[in-house]
Design a protein around this ligand. Structure first.
Ligand SMILES: Nc1ncnc2c1ncn2[C@@H]1O[C@H](COP(=O)(O)OP(=O)(O)O)[C@@H](O)[C@H]1O
Ligand SMILES: [Mg+2]
Length: 316
């Protein structure tokens, strides 16, 4: 991921300050902060938060999974922007790339094939996550990367004891290092995704507003019911998120109505609109909140965060 560099106004916003409050802070702490700057880094963000004691309100510790067995629904685009944004807000986030296509790894600017170790080594060789994870230039965001080697993971896991629990056990060891663990699932049904479901408390299901996606959801919910029964794992919360919504097409509007009537219990009222910035941002390996924080995509992700982030103690 490229070095984070915020212009002054945006930096003040991230600290929930006006620019004049930022001026005053810098004046008052000249000896510690030095002269006012034009651009700020992610390390500055942490330093200023410490100095001003402006921390975000604490959030509940959660394991979250972005899942849909269908490809191209936005799992990677949404999970990467969501995780990056929550880290930017000041929380400690680990994003786990579960997909052998390693798109989440790429969206953050890394090449899985060039890395010595990935999630594969964690699952197959029991390498500790804290030794395999990558620290990104956004101090609070860490990545557990993937690579093409993950394509054989189901075969590797098959003969292992407690093969459905390998990921959950590995993640248990880093419990406490992060506020949020966000997993980006592959578009397949198999052992890897079974591992992912039993590791998750919250499920985000991005769907496209068309009827093929609508039918795919039925299989997904059946699988979740099976997991609940066979592996004794209940999810706490499920959010169906409509992605790439374009209100000018009839098909999108009627698919939304169909989702509203069949999945009202799970459907988030706000949608992610179609936004070309997602494709541009990921091709440059930059999360959308750095690429264009005022884009429709960034605004819509923020709305999803505001609607779903649990305060500490709010776990129920
Ligand atoms: N809201 C959106 N608007 C426009 N394009 C999007 C949006 N969300 C995702 N895309 C694009 O759709 C494609 C598939 O998205 P991706 O996140 O890779 O899906 P998945 O991980 O489910 O396979 C990518 O090219 C991505 O840039
Ligand atoms: Mg993906």
């Amino acid at each position: 991921m490229q070095q984070v560099s915020y212009p002054r106004r945006r930096f003040a916003e991230l600290l929930s300050m006006s620019e004049s409050e930022l001026d005053a802070t810098e004046q008052a702490a000249l000896d510690q902060l030095g002269e006012a700057k034009v651009r700020y880094s992610s390390a500055d963000l942490s330093r200023y938060r410490e100095l001003t004691r402006r921390y975000p309100p604490q959030i509940a510790h959660r394991f979250q999974l972005f899942l849909n067995f269908k490809g191209g629904t936005g799992k990677t685009s949404l999970s990467v922007s969501y995780a990056h944004r929550i880290a930017e807000m000041g929380h400690r986030v680990l994003i786990v790339d579960l997909d052998s296509q390693a798109h989440a790894t790429k969206c953050l600017g890394y090449d899985g094939e060039a890395l010595d170790e990935t999630l594969y080594d964690v699952l197959v060789h029991k390498r500790p996550i804290h030794e395999v994870k990558i620290e990104t230039p956004l101090t609070q965001l860490h990545l557990l990367p993937s690579s093409l080697r993950m394509a054989t993971i189901d075969l590797q896991l098959m003969p292992m004891s407690s093969r459905e629990l390998r990921l959950k056990k590995a993640l248990a060891e880093i419990n406490g290092d992060y506020d949020l663990i966000v997993m980006d699932a592959p578009p397949a049904f198999g052992l890897m995704n079974l591992n992912a479901i039993v590791s998750a408390q919250d499920l985000f299901v991005p769907v496209l507003p068309d009827f093929l996606s609508f039918h795919g959801l039925k299989l997904l919910f059946e699988t979740i019911d099976d997991v609940a029964e066979d592996l004794d794992h209940e999810l706490d919360r499920i959010f169906v998120v409509i992605n790439q919504f374009n209100p000018t097409t009839t098909i999108a509007r009627s698919a939304r109505e169909a989702l509203e009537s069949h999945f009202s219990e799970y459907l988030l009222p706000s949608v992610i609109r179609q936004c070309t910035k997602f494709a541009q941002a990921s091709s440059e390996g930059v999360p959308i909140f750095l690429f264009d924080p005022s884009s429709k995509g960034a605004q819509d992700i923020q709305r999803i965060i505001d609607a779903t982030l649990l305060p500490r103690g709010g776990e129920g």
